[in-house]
Design a protein around this ligand. Structure first.
Ligand code: AHR
Length: 327
């Protein structure tokens, strides 16, 4: 990989000399390329949530020039087309590695075949892709989203307290592994309990604004509900705003289950406004760095690595735990 990059240096320098008049960017590129840095193109989903921003920071902090990397970060604004374009640009630039946090599971085969033909290893992070050809990516590290959903369902079983449950469901971005896994966990729970009824289901696209908008839509219907299953913390923050505006007490009038366990949500558990939060760990930067180091030294990293995740409710949460978590 590095040998291939070094061969690009001379043509880039010549280009810089030939187009000297308008070449400040070209000259800068040449200077940047004239190093031993490992170039990583990272196609990020977007900036839709606190989780996502923590994930971006983690990558930026791990893949620094001091650590031997040049990170090219492309924000796809939650659009798969933008990710496909970014990956093609990475291929054209001859990056050493492509890291992909996929917006959705399907639709990657063509562009990843192009990356494979170019000989660029692809590391998938966070969510999974669906493909018949697992050789299209080198390895994956991320969360077991179905298991996250199962944890929430188990907690709800244990805290049903004799109630008939009327469940409102805010889904994440449709087609993403995070949505698919967490939704399938809830669906299995509903199928297993005669006294659990799904009364509302809409996507809030993992954002606070849409979480609030969809909860307002739910409230406008005057549907009776006593549980909110919200597939990420940012949608939950929006839902809490909407519930409070409607003079409902989150955490009391409505039992709230959420995902991510970011610091703000954990404080809301201590305030009694969220009842249960399943962790989704965003700190993938060091994990990706370790994978690249393994590949650089000729080792074969594990094909699939699931990160360990815990869950929180007021009975197992201390302020000191929140301070030490880093997101
Ligand atoms: O894929 C991880 C999910 O995506 C997180 O739960 C959510 O907050 C993010 O936007």
């Amino acid at each position: 990989m590095k040998k291939q990059k070094k061969n690009l240096i001379l043509p880039l320098l010549l280009t810089g000399l030939l187009f000297g008049g308008c070449s400040s960017h070209a000259a800068q590129s040449s200077a940047e390329d004239n190093t031993d840095l490992i170039v990583v193109g990272f196609s990020q989903v977007g900036a839709e949530s606190d989780w996502r921003n923590a994930n971006t920071r983690s990558m930026q902090e791990a893949l620094t020039a001091e650590n031997g990397y040049r990170l090219i970060l492309e924000d796809a604004q939650q659009k798969q087309e933008k990710q496909i374009t970014a990956i093609r640009n990475f291929i054209n630039q001859g990056v050493d590695y492509i890291v992909l946090a996929p917006t959705r599971e399907t639709g990657w085969d063509t562009v990843l075949t192009e990356a494979k033909k170019a000989g660029i290893p692809v590391i998938i992070v966070d969510r999974m892709i669906e493909t018949d050809d697992p050789d299209l990516f080198t390895c994956w590290v991320g969360s077991d989203f179905r298991s996250e959903g199962d944890k929430a369902v188990q907690w709800l079983e244990e805290h049903q307290d004799g109630r008939k449950l009327r469940i409102a469901h805010l889904q994440g971005s449709i087609g993403s592994s995070a949505q698919i896994g967490r939704t399938s966990g809830l669906d299995a729970g509903i199928a297993a309990h005669d006294d659990w009824t799904l009364v509302f289901r809409e996507s809030g696209d993992f954002t606070q604004a849409k979480g609030q908008e969809m909860t307002e839509k739910l409230l406008a219907r005057e549907t009776d509900f006593n549980v909110l299953y919200s597939e990420n913390d940012n949608m939950t923050y929006g839902a809490i705003e909407a519930l409070q505006s409607a003079h409902l007490e989150p955490g009391k009038d409505v039992t709230i289950l959420s995902f991510d366990a970011s610091s703000k949500a954990l404080h809301l558990i201590l305030d009694g406004k969220i009842n249960y939060d399943v962790e989704c760990n965003p700190l993938h930067g060091p994990r990706v760095r370790k994978i690249i180091e393994q590949l650089e030294s000729g080792e074969t990293p594990l094909k699939y690595t699931y990160v360990e995740e815990v869950s929180f409710e007021s009975s197992n949460l201390l302020e000191s735990v929140i301070e030490g978590r880093g997101y």
